[in-house]
Design a protein around this ligand. Structure first.
Ligand SMILES: [Zn+2]
Length: 482
């Protein structure tokens, strides 16, 4: 059994989750389910990035104690995952004492290797990104590209620095030879071009005052707290026992896959491997970088007031309807858009009509013809799982679903061609068995249900249940039209 350790990005828990979080949750979940079907021993981790300054600021605004604030918000993220049928084997909170001690160990390893030193520093800091920027990286108004309209803070203080510059050539080699594989290619090239300029050492601490006494304390210096990215990235390790449970850590580390959004690539492709190299630890293997989801053609933002909460949609149409839209209609490698109109259109066309209609039609025919499904599926090779392997290994969920929907249409055509309702009992029994159970050349309903377990787990289970017993009956539609 191969182990497969996959991580979802660790969300900031300064507000409740939005549809962009739902997108990443279902992408991570689809990859997890696919690897389980392959027979891998899989662990999916997520967590709460709780030590960020913006959490402290948000808690202050709401006049809630910070711990209470992050606990509450972390639960909202876990609740969204549950509602989407996404199961995190581990949800590692950043404010957890064990995570603190694990992160101190990482610090000590880098410090012991001579890669951490103290110096006075003045720089422009974006609290939204939790990142110091060089002037050249900002727009004409001296704002960062992720948070236009927001002035950066000018910070002057004595900080601990990490010798990132020391790892420049190692990092170039890592990415160039895909030792650390970044998917898609254009994101890898973006990092390689960033690495063409000399890397600056980075500040990895802040004063207690600026941190408002929140975050992981620095070992042997109680005037400073860790820079939030230094500990947040370590959630990938602390959650599986780094410096806490060697047996568990050695089983799962390194991560086989980090799933992240494009906005945090630099932290994952440059800072993170540098910290690990410095600490003498193994490096993650692959980073899958997805793009963003816009709402009605606009980037979601608090100022625009268009931050979309996915929960009402799930309540109304079910988890699988949203999972379908996010996986089938949002391209992983270019920004995708969500609008109620587009959602409704996809739902009615592909789920109510396409899949739902086929299932209802076949069940009805089976019921009318009193079909007895006695054909066995032992040694049956599901050709559809083979077909979707290539797009799935490239994280092209939309392409995989296109292939599946192609077979849904083919089955409809097969029914129209064979007209089982016009045939005598034994012939119609034969045709309907082909449709449900399959033949060597026909991808059948059961093959489709098996493949759908990766994407629409609830629906897949309902189809399997409906066509399990020898006597098949019509049931209420899988996706009532909206
Ligand atoms: Zn920013």
């Amino acid at each position: 059994m191969n182990k497969f350790y996959i991580t979802n990005a660790i969300p900031y828990v300064n507000a409740k989750p939005h549809i962009g979080h739902a997108l990443e949750f279902v992408q991570s979940d689809a990859i997890t389910r696919y690897h389980k079907i392959l027979g891998d021993d899989v662990l999916l981790l997520c967590g709460g990035d709780e030590n960020a300054i913006k959490n402290v600021q948000a808690a202050e605004e709401k006049k809630i104690p910070i711990q209470q604030f992050v606990d509450k918000n972390s639960r909202l993220f876990q609740n969204l995952a549950k509602k989407l049928n996404v199961h995190f084997d581990v949800f590692q909170k950043g404010s957890d004492a064990k995570h603190h001690s694990s992160s101190k160990k990482l610090w000590k390893l880098c410090f012991g290797n001579g890669d951490i030193y103290k110096k006075s520093y003045t720089g422009l800091y974006c609290v939204g990104c939790e990142l110091f920027y060089e002037k050249e990286e900002l727009n004409v108004n001296e704002e960062c590209h992720e948070h236009p309209g927001k002035k950066l803070d000018k910070i002057s203080e004595e900080n601990y620095f990490f010798r990132l510059s020391k790892y420049q050539s190692k990092l170039i080699k890592l990415l160039d030879f895909d030792t650390l594989n970044i998917v898609p290619e254009f994101r890898k090239n973006e990092m390689l071009s960033f690495l063409k300029n000399p890397l600056q050492d980075i500040s990895i601490s802040r004063s207690n005052k600026r941190a408002k006494n929140w975050g992981v304390p620095i070992p042997n210096d109680n005037s400073q707290r860790m820079y939030v990215w230094f500990d947040a990235l370590n959630i990938y390790q602390s959650g599986i026992g780094f410096a806490l449970d060697d047996k568990k850590y050695n089983k799962w580390w390194p991560a086989d896959l980090h799933v992240i959004g494009k906005g945090i690539l630099r932290f994952h492709a440059i800072y993170w491997p540098a910290f690990l190299l410095s600490a003498g630890l193994k490096l993650p293997k692959t980073i899958f970088v997805h793009e963003y989801i816009t709402v009605n053609g606009q980037k979601m933002s608090k100022t625009l007031g268009n931050v979309l909460d996915p929960l009402p949609l799930i309540e109304k149409c079910g988890a699988d309807a949203l999972r379908y839209y996010l996986l089938a209609k949002i391209s992983p490698f270019s920004d995708g858009d969500f609008s109620e109109e587009k959602f409704k259109e996809a739902y009615n066309a592909d789920l109510a009509n396409g899949l739902g209609n086929l299932v209802a039609r076949v069940a009805k025919l089976c019921e009318q013809k009193n079909v007895n499904l006695d054909r066995v599926r032992e040694n049956h090779v599901n050709g559809l799982l083979e077909e979707i392997k290539t797009p799935l290994e490239q994280f092209k969920f939309n392409d995989a679903l296109d292939l599946i929907w192609g077979h849904i249409r083919s089955l409809d055509q097969y029914i129209n061609r064979e007209r089982p309702w016009k045939k005598d009992l034994s012939e119609s029994n034969q045709i309907l068995s082909n449709i449900v159970v399959g033949t060597e050349s026909l991808i059948a309903l059961k093959d489709i249900a098996e493949a759908l377990k990766i994407f629409l787990p609830e629906t897949a289970e309902k189809i399997e249940d409906q066509f399990k017993c020898p006597k098949i009956k019509s049931e209420k539609p899988l996706f009532p039209r909206i």
